[in-house]
Design a protein around this ligand. Structure first.
Ligand code: ATR
Length: 282
């Protein structure tokens, strides 16, 4: 039986076991996928013992993505450029690390808004790890005008330097002006996530043809997406990115390229409505 895992700290809220479990059942495969909580100090040992414990690979999430990058002998080009790993697999005894976040981001937009990348200007809110994957994805799709806005301007500058030409860094107060000619607006910050501050962003100057997307998926309709919908802008939520980023890993470990279906989406949405022990949805 092929065994895979997802590890993070904490990990109990991860929906990845539901996604991979659904596909294992759907394709009738003899495999398993389990969530394993590993604290940062135990991560290197955990990775070192994977093959001995019979794992073919797995997913890595916060806070281990950069550490995983350092522990892998080989990387795919996305992981190399992003500097973080979310998918591990073995080729013989060689540990490979890949990054499928950028793939998940574009696959979600491709499937719901084909032609979304025709115009090559984007406004990216945030300059953390998630933003790095989004900026990499946009560069891959040949966006030549990527504006990164971040509370801490230096982080936006670092990101702009990392990915080179066609990327600029800005402060929040530049947003109204930047919105005018941004064909794509992406939130990568934790603002708007359940329990975090609401995102205060006025979309009145946005291009009416702009597509607005958020990588936050709890709540499914973030304050940014709600404001965009109310202005009649096209919106895409972040759940699809989560589902699509899981595809390449599943294919590597279990040998079948799985499909992202509306049935899978409904399954995850039902789980999001389930109250957690503290009474809040997870
Ligand atoms: P991730 O890996 O999920 O991207 P991260 O690297 O911690 O997480 O980045 C979080 C992003 O959300 C950053 O862009 C952060 O801005 P700073 O770089 O200035 O910290 C942004 N963010 C988080 N809380 C914020 C807040 N209250 N206001 C504005 N930006 C916020």
């Amino acid at each position: 039986m092929a065994k895979a895992f997802v590890t993070g700290f904490p990990i109990r809220h991860s929906r990845s076991p539901l996604i991979h479990g659904h596909w294992l059942r759907q394709y009738g495969l003899d495999g398993s996928y389990q969530a394993i909580e590993v604290a940062p100090e135990g991560f290197a040992d955990f990775v070192g013992s994977l093959q001995r414990n019979g794992y073919v690979g797995g997913n890595v999430t916060i806070p281990h993505k950069e550490h995983a990058f350092a522990l892998c002998s080989r990387h795919d080009s996305a992981a190399e450029d992003i500097g973080a790993v979310n998918t591990l697999w073995f080729e013989g005894s060689v540990l490979w690390g890949g990054n499928t976040d950028a793939y998940g981001f574009v696959a979600n937009l491709d499937s719901l808004s084909s032609g979304w990348d025709r115009r090559k200007s984007a406004l990216v809110l945030g300059a953390g790890g998630a933003s790095r994957a989004v900026v990499y994805a946009l560069k891959q799709r040949e966006f030549d005008d990527i504006r990164i806005v971040n509370r801490t301007l230096d982080r936006a500058r670092e990101l702009a330097d990392r990915f080179g030409r066609g990327i600029t860094a800005h402060e929040w107060r530049a947003v109204p002006e930047l919105l005018r000619d941004s064909a794509l607006i992406v939130n990568t910050t934790s603002l708007g996530m359940q329990g975090k501050d609401d995102m205060a962003i006025d979309l009145s100057t946005a291009d009416p043809e702009a597509l607005v997307t958020d990588i936050v998926y709890v709540p499914l309709e973030t304050p940014l997406l709600k404001a965009a919908r109310e202005r009649g802008l096209k919106t895409i939520d972040g759940l699809g990115m989560l589902l699509h980023q899981a595809v390449p890993g599943f294919e590597r470990w279990f040998g079948v390229r799985p499909e992202v279906t509306s049935e899978l989406r409904v399954l995850i949405l039902a789980d999001m409505d389930r109250p957690a022990p503290n009474g809040k949805p997870t």
